[in-house]
Design a protein around this ligand. Sequence first.
Ligand SMILES: [Zn+2]
Length: 69
Amino acid sequence: MSPPDQPPFDPEAVPTEAIVSRGGRDLRLTWANGEAAVLPSETLRLRCRCAWCTRDRIQGRFPESFPAV
Ligand SMILES: [Zn+2]
């Protein structure tokens, strides 16, 4: 268990930079240690667990694809 003055997540895991690129089709993340990742926007949207996306899945209205964010 972490001390009470620590956040409930690993601060090192938080990206230092997040850039939407390729006209909204990618999210480019960079971390303080120099690591980087490019995540397709469509992958992020299709895996979204927010209340709106969850409701749309339950109601059968969730889109099958997202060309960009
Ligand atoms: Zn969502």
